[in-house]
Write a protein that binds this ligand. Structure first.
Ligand SMILES: Nc1ncnc2c1ncn2[C@@H]1O[C@H](COP(=O)(O)OP(=O)(O)O)[C@@H](O)[C@H]1O
Ligand SMILES: [Mg+2]
Length: 233
């Protein structure tokens, strides 16, 4: 479904990504793990057309999308929740959801506010509340729900557990598990190995803009040296 090959991305003259390669099949939940500053967000932005890689290719659904503008990439069914999740503070939960609405897509679950409220029960209780009057965790849920309104085939979640209270982290993990059950493909970036363990089938580890590990979660568990070298545990 997604094929990222040999990406080099620069900010100015600083090389941030060095030959990043990553592949995802439909229905997988994959974690992109790495410490702060490793290049996780830059990888996602390179896929989404928010920064232009100097070298390498991004293919989505067998089409080359390298450097395509992000709105075009979104319309193809690639959803993205950035780490600085932003809700429209003046708009209610319902209105925020409407902003994300896109036409239904063949072969992917079609989301409505009602279906999303079943998945995010606390949003259901505040459907008329302005985004600005929600907690950080609630806003995080809302940005994910809003992205789902676009009926994506694949969703990129940049550090979904970051800054959440432990009980909300558990809820987030359950939500991602439910999305997988719906058949959605998910790439999430994480520093939190504990969270990745709860949701991911496979993991990549990036450090200093290079992929250092690629394998199943079980293989990662069997390699404590890799974990200790590249992740803060
Ligand atoms: N807009 C930017 N301009 C210059 N350097 C940046 C910019 N964004 C990120 N970086 C640098 O790129 C590196 C990778 O950042 P990032 O992809 O955000 O890492 P991560 O998401 O893994 O924490 C870091 O060294 C960071 O300081
Ligand atoms: Mg980041």
């Amino acid at each position: 479904m997604l094929e990222v090959t040999d990406l080099d991305t620069f900010y100015g003259r600083a090389q941030i990504l060095d030959g990043v390669t990553l592949r995802m099949d439909g229905g997988e939940v994959v974690a992109l793990l790495g410490r702060n500053g490793a290049g996780k967000s830059t990888t996602m932005k390179s896929v989404m057309g928010l920064v232009r890689p100097a070298r390498g290719r991004v293919r989505f659904l067998d089409r080359d999308i390298t450097g395509r503008p992000s709105h075009a990439v979104c319309q193809m069914g690639l959803g993205y929740v950035p780490e600085d999740r932003r809700v429209f503070t003046e708009l209610t939960v319902m209105e925020n959801l409407e902003v994300g609405r896109q036409a239904p897509r063949d072969g992917v679950p079609e989301w409505t506010p009602e279906r999303l409220f079943a998945l995010f029960p606390n949003l259901a209780e505040m459907r008329n509340r302005p985004g600005g009057r929600m907690s950080g965790g609630e806003q995080q849920m809302l940005t994910i729900a809003r992205t789902l309104m676009g009926n994506p085939r694949l969703i990129l979640l940049d550090e979904p557990s970051e800054g959440l209270a432990p009980v909300i982290v558990e809820q987030m993990a359950q939500t991602i598990a439910a999305l997988k059950t719906e058949g959605l493909t998910v790439l999430l970036s994480e520093q939190n190995l504990h969270f990745a363990r709860m949701v991911a089938d496979r993991a990549y580890i990036i450090e200093k803009g290079r992929m250092r590990f690629d394998g199943t979660m079980a293989e990662l568990e069997a390699n404590p040296d890799i974990r200790d070298a590249y992740l803060a545990v």
